[in-house]
Design a protein around this ligand. Structure first.
Ligand SMILES: [Zn+2]
Length: 69
């Protein structure tokens, strides 16, 4: 849908201009909103590395506590 700022109405994308006043609204294509693939992979890498490390640390702590106690 397109929006006419003059009439404050929504009209069809197929219409080149506002059916009410005839004002032409140029289509603005918002670019750069695509999610960065590299960033997503990096986030996953942190999870993949972070989770086993965290489990390892917890496991080591439990073992340490058991050896003391
Ligand atoms: Zn209009």
């Amino acid at each position: 849908m397109k929006y006419c700022k003059k009439c404050h109405i929504l009209y069809s994308d197929a219409a080149a201009a506002c059916p009410k006043c005839g004002a032409f609204e140029p289509e603005k294509q918002s670019g750069g909103e695509k999610p960065e693939k590299g960033r997503v992979v990096r986030d996953w890498l942190w999870i993949v590395i972070g989770v086993p490390v965290l489990i390892g640390v917890v496991y080591a702590l439990i073992k340490l506590l058991n050896s003391i106690g």
